[in-house]
Design a protein around this ligand. Structure first.
Ligand code: CU
Length: 178
């Protein structure tokens, strides 16, 4: 195998490999939503059903940091509730669902790590918490734009090397070194 054929085969394989990497790059992680239920009887009294089920949830930023509360309290023809923050971590915004009617939902995405305490403004005994953990990712993903630049650089290098090889090989043959 001549060096030019070898170079062509090697660069071809390299391009194939890089193209494969581009194609198989994982798409952005699909995030899941954590669901909190406001059960039947949540508004009946402090000793009745828990206000929020589960009362305490832990989420991870970038994984499942969106929480959705659903009011399933059909008691007395439907009981209104709220999800209203009592305390939030430093730097985080407070939140208030306003009235969540029976059958309705409220969604909140948490982007600041820490502990969030909340309650229902209509039924003071209904309390819950959301603990938000920082992202577990230790290193940022290699962005596809950086990969595209790398691919371009490799292609340019291969083209340059190939053209130089073409230009120098005959001259080497014409002027053998002494
Ligand atoms: Cu309530």
């Amino acid at each position: 195998m001549t060096s030019r054929k070898f170079l062509a085969a090697t660069s071809g394989l390299a391009l194939l490999f890089l193209s494969g990497m581009v194609i198989t790059l994982p798409v952005a992680n699909a995030q899941s939503t954590v669901v909190v239920n406001i059960p039947v009887g949540a508004g009946a009294g402090a000793s009745a059903a828990p206000g929020y089920a589960p009362e305490n949830v832990t989420v991870v930023i970038g994984v499942n940091n969106t929480v959705e509360w659903t009011n399933n309290d059909t008691q007395n023809g439907g009981t209104d509730h709220t999800v209203t923050s009592l305390s939030v971590p430093s730097g985080a915004a407070s939140f208030d669902s306003g009235i969540i009617a029976d059958g309705a939902t409220f969604t909140q995405t948490f982007t600041v790590p820490g502990t969030y305490e909340y309650h229902c403004t209509i039924h003071a005994w209904m309390t819950g918490s959301v603990v938000v953990l920082a992202s577990t990712k230790t290193a940022p993903e290699f962005p596809s734009s950086a990969l595209a630049v790398t691919l371009f650089a490799v292609m340019a290098a291969v083209i340059l090397a190939t053209s130089r090889l073409r230009g120098t090989l005959p001259s080497v043959a014409a002027h053998p070194s002494s």
